[in-house]
Write a protein that binds this ligand. Structure first.
Ligand SMILES: [Ca+2]
Length: 203
């Protein structure tokens, strides 16, 4: 029997998944995200990573009184241990700010549901540093495997400022968390397709 393109496509359907990240595009507001009380404020802004008129971004401002402090919007997702995920997005640090800092997508993996329990790993991205990359959108992503025992991941759009008492602002847009296809493993959907083909070939 020759493998059909359809069967191959079914084979590649990922067997693992994350609970979908909500509103990573920030089309009209910050819904789906929470902001823990702290030194960072957040607001929706019409500046969009693709320049789209129908979308915008999250603008975060760190007004903490100390240096090297941070915080940001958060969203908790369920993940599967042993599965591979790509965490990514884009950050924009406006120029002409009185202080310097970084914008980072964190992905804090924990062994409890709903982002409780012990810290296991950070699958997040590298930081965008205002001293080297400001006035432009910078895309960042990281692909990594969720460690054994992982049950949830906290995605955070973190803004950290280096100096006090200045404020520091950065935008985030196009935030995503994607499970990578688990190739090479016969999955239930592929088994079902094989069964259907076998039955049909007998008639
Ligand atoms: Ca957007």
């Amino acid at each position: 029997m020759r493998a059909s393109p359809l069967l191959l496509a079914i084979w590649l359907i990922p067997v693992v998944s994350a609970a979908d990240l909500v509103n990573g595009e920030f089309d009209e507001d910050l819904s789906g995200w929470s902001l823990p009380p702290g030194i960072v404020s957040a607001a929706w802004d019409p500046l969009d990573v693709d320049g789209a008129l129908g979308s915008g971004s999250a603008r975060l401002t760190n007004s903490g009184s100390g240096g090297n402090t941070g915080g940001g919007l958060e969203q908790c997702l369920a993940i599967v241990p042993g599965a591979s995920y790509t965490v990514g997005g884009a950050a924009f640090i406006p120029t002409r700010q009185s202080g310097a800092g970084t914008a980072t997508l964190l992905a804090i993996v924990r062994d409890g549901a709903d982002c409780t329990g012990s810290f296991l790993a950070n699958l997040g991205t590298r930081s965008v540093n205002s001293r080297f990359e400001s006035g432009l959108w910078v895309s960042v992503s990281n692909t990594d495997v969720a460690p054994a025992g992982a049950r949830s991941v906290l995605i955070q759009t973190r803004v950290t400022k280096f100096e006090a008492p200045s404020t520091f602002t950065a935008h985030f847009d196009g935030v995503f968390v994607l499970p990578e296809p688990a190739t090479g493993t016969l999955q239930p959907t592929a088994l079902l397709a094989l069964l259907v083909l076998a039955v049909r070939s007998r008639h």
